[in-house]
Design a binder for this molecule. Structure first.
Ligand SMILES: N[C@@H](CCC(=O)N[C@@H](CS)C(=O)NCC(=O)O)C(=O)O
Length: 225
């Protein structure tokens, strides 16, 4: 049976959501983060050499990387519901957002998490101003403007259609879900970007999303600790 190697509070939640939308039977193998470091446990390394989640195993294949997993699931389990037709503008948008989530936006969210952690890390008092100065430089000189530009870009995209690739949900929206949920805890998205907030509310209200949450266990995206 298709198995999702699911790390708590992580990106693999969106794979559970996708499988629920597709109505596919699957098993969940659960993994817990190290409470001190938030890293995945070594057991995940036995499944894939990078030891990250999501990973799925199916019919003898082991597939890592959310975008690759989504492509595999679309090829093998979608009946056309969550994948726009080939050769359409919606399909082009689908390919774009599927890659954009992890290729462009998530590196900004990871850098933001690292900066938050440096700001809040225990350290000798005389190091603090130095660390804070470095964080301020990274934020002021690079990170903040890139985050704002990307949030505005997505806000405009969602002002043009209900979902990222037109008027119906696609698997690219599911790939984008984690990016926006991360932005909701690491940026000023809440209260500032109405289309992004509406997207989050709409996706979180879907029955398949709620079922996946129940099956997946803890799902709280790490903000700063
Ligand atoms: N680009 C990869 C990222 C995978 C990734 O970094 N997963 C995180 C979970 S959100 C993880 O496993 N973190 C635990 C760790 O790094 O030890 C994907 O989308 O699958």
């Amino acid at each position: 049976m298709l198995t999702v190697h699911h790390l708590e509070n992580s990106r693999s939640q969106r794979i559970l959501w996708l499988l629920e939308e597709l109505d596919v039977d699957y098993a969940i193998e659960r993994y817990q983060r190290d409470p001190a470091t938030s890293l995945a446990p070594p057991e995940l390394l036995a499944i894939h050499p990078l030891g990250k989640s999501p990973v799925i195993t199916d019919n003898g294949a082991t597939i890592a990387e959310s975008g690759a997993i989504i492509e595999y699931l679309m090829s093998n389990y979608d009946d056309g519901r969550l994948l726009p037709a080939e050769g359409t503008p919606e399909r082009l948008a689908y390919t774009y957002w599927l890659h954009y989530a992890e290729g462009t936006f998530m590196p900004l969210m990871i850098l933001s998490l690292v900066m938050n952690r440096i700001e809040t890390a225990p350290m000798p008092f005389f190091i603090k101003p130095v660390a804070r100065g470095i964080v301020a430089k990274v934020r002021g000189g690079y990170l903040d403007q890139n985050i704002q530009r990307n949030l505005t870009f997505m806000e405009i995209a969602l002002g043009q259609s209900d979902w990222f690739c037109g008027d119906r949900l696609t698997a690219a929206d599911i790939q984008m879900s984690f990016a926006l949920e991360a932005a909701a805890v690491r940026t000023d998205l809440p209260g500032k970007y109405p289309n992004l907030q509406a997207f989050l509310a709409k996706m979180q209200a879907r029955p398949a999303y709620k079922t996946a949450l129940k099956k997946g266990g803890p799902y709280e995206i790490i903000g700063s600790n």
